[in-house]
Design a protein around this ligand. Structure first.
Ligand code: NAD
Length: 543
């Protein structure tokens, strides 16, 4: 695993030269970004508290921005602005919304380099992993633009008396959607969940994670540039445990992505307010490498599956079950690939893994690996921090011999640590993959697609990727994505991803007959006629 020198800049970034801008005397200055550029973004936070909190760049631990903090009054103000904006937005013709969504798609592709730079500075991830974010947002924008009419137009359905009862279902926007998002994919976790809400006529109040505010603020700037009205997307900043309650109390729906522990708190508050919520939570995702898997392909896939974004990816793999017949060959190739990974700080393409985001993340990774090693696990690759590269670097790590008494056996590490397990019997592998409380994402490697798809049906996960780690499902935005069991509630993407932000309203128009006795009929005769009608309808195979 090689080190690269100092962070370098992308010439097309549009950001200023690498600092320092003397943050000691100017708290709005930073080592990496132009103060004016940062202020242009942070001015968008709804904040009158006069308080700011610094964020730091994981590449070098240096200050990056001062983020203005929102008080409870600021949260109330954000919701007021949002509600005013929603009245006009809900009546904006769908085709106008579609046009803006497609303009956003183009803008994101045009400003891709700047977006990626900012994500790297804030999250410390490698450029190739940051690239996934604008790509995913552009795909989502295109998808919901192209399917807006299919998902949102009023739809005729079968009335109770065919020909005489006309029924249609309208998709009414919920109103103001509260989004609470994490730090790991700060650009796409904001926009990809928010865009369908906007498309359906809602507006957003968003609380990004404190560590990655700038990426979310840039998303807000891009929305305005694409032609979306100014107040449609409000951003508030502050600790989740402080702002969460006031947000949920004012929202008509809440979309949360983060840990299972916080998700359960959000669900309770949503229940008290009788609003819907979608919860995208944690996982301990399994990969099954069957005896007929292509070993090279599986080994290459295993690297992306485990170490993308330093393993700080909800759908990444932390448990690998490998068939006895190919175990040794697979492990040899996987370890070779992992040892060849290039770790570095900076914005350049060609880095295979960047930094973890924070000291907290590093502490968790160190604790999980040290605990496993102390209890007898073997380290096949990695297993150590790399302070020579940056304060939070940790090598991609492969463990063998992990047992149930070790923390990393069942607890999510959310870092670059994967445990290998040998299996002899596929049914046993499926049972072990399904063990535990989570159910987010799984992967199966096999050259027999039909057999792999049959096994996929036995896996208790919201998504299963065959011969791929997570991209086949996550990037297929026409399909629902989300977790079973403790990995979540509800789905993002596809029809489910936009319908969650709407109320289904049924309008029925009755002609000629009424639902009561007519022509002097008694109640008893009416009941008899209606009963006969039910028998006829079944006979006619009506639904
Ligand atoms: P977290 O739950 O601590 O924080 C996520 C967000 O919730 C942040 O914005 C935070 O400020 C806010 N928050 C924290 N406490 C809150 C409270 N009491 N009320 C309201 N908001 C609160 O999660 P994290 O540790 O920062 O993120 C990592 C976790 O997120 C991992 O478990 C990971 O698997 C999960 N995740 C899941 C998905 C998915 O799509 N399923 C995607 C990304 C991350």
């Amino acid at each position: 695993m090689n080190a690269q020198p100092e962070p370098s800049r992308s010439p097309s970034s549009g950001l200023g030269p690498a600092g320092p801008h003397d943050p000691e005397h100017d708290l709005t200055a930073s080592y990496a970004l132009e103060p004016g550029y940062v202020r242009g973004l942070t001015d968008r936070v709804v904040s009158s508290s006069g308080q700011s909190v610094a964020t730091y760049c994981p590449f070098n631990g240096q200050p990056l921005a001062m983020i203005p903090q929102s008080s409870s009054a600021d949260v109330a103000e954000a919701y007021q602005r949002a509600r005013r904006a929603q009245e006009a937005w809900a009546t904006t013709p769908l085709d106008d919304r579609v046009e803006k969504m497609l303009a956003l798609h183009d803008l994101i592709l045009d400003r891709q380099s700047e977006i990626i730079d900012l994500i790297c500075w804030e999250s410390g991830k490698a450029r190739k992993h940051a690239f996934d974010e604008p790509m995913h947002v552009a795909m989502t924008a295109r998808y919901y633009a192209r399917t807006a009419h299919e998902h949102l137009d009023s739809a005729r359905r079968t009335g109770v008396v065919p020909g005489l009862t006309r029924v249609e279902v309208n998709r009414v926007p919920k109103g103001v959607v509260g989004i609470i998002s994490p730090w790991n994919y700060p650009f796409t976790m904001a926009l990809s969940d928010g865009l369908p809400a906007l498309m359906a006529g809602n507006v957003i109040v968003h609380k990004p994670d404190a560590q990655t505010m700038l990426s979310a603020l840039l998303a807000m700037e891009l929305l305005e540039e694409a032609g979306f009205p100014k107040d449609l997307w409000q951003i508030v900043a502050g600790p989740g445990r402080v702002l969460g309650g006031p947000m949920i109390g004012r929202s008509d729906y809440v979309c949360f992505t983060g840990s299972t522990a916080t998700g359960k708190l959000i669900a309770r508050q949503a229940a008290e307010n009788l609003i819907g919520c979608s919860l995208e939570l944690g996982g301990k995702n399994p990969m099954l490498i069957l005896r007929d898997a292509g070993v090279d392909r599986a080994a290459e896939g295993a690297v992306r599956a485990s170490f993308s974004s330093g393993g700080q990816l909800c759908v990444s793999m932390e448990r690998m079950f490998v068939a006895d017949q190919i175990y040794d060959r697979f492990v040899r190739r996987f370890v070779e690939h992992t040892l060849a990974m290039r770790l570095a700080a900076g914005l350049d393409w060609g880095t295979d893994m960047g930094s973890l985001i924070s000291q907290d993340q590093l502490d968790t990774v160190v604790a999980h690996v040290d605990d496993a090693v102390a209890k007898g696990a073997r380290v096949l690759a990695g297993g150590r921090a790399r302070p020579d590269l940056g304060p939070y670097y940790y090598e991609p790590t492969i463990l063998e011999g992990v047992t149930p008494d070790m923390t990393c056996f069942g607890h999510e590490t959310f870092g670059p640590v994967v445990s290998l397990y040998r299996f002899h019997d596929e049914a046993d592998a499926v049972a072990r993959a399904n063990a535990g409380e989570y159910g987010l994402n799984a992967s199966i490697y096999s050259q027999d697609g039909k057999r792999a798809r049959a096994i996929a049906r036995q896996i208790t996960c919201g998504t299963v990727n065959i011969n791929e780690a997570f991209g086949a499902t996550f990037a297929s935005v026409d399909t629902p994505m989300g977790g079973m069991r403790d990995s979540g509630l509800g789905r993002r993407q596809g029809a489910e991803g936009i319908h969650r932000y709407t109320e289904a309203q049924t309008v029925g128009t009755q002609r000629l007959i009424r639902f009561a006795p007519m022509f002097g009929m008694s109640d008893k005769t009416y009941a008899r006629v209606m009963t006969a009608n039910l028998r006829v309808m079944k006979g006619l195979r009506r639904r």
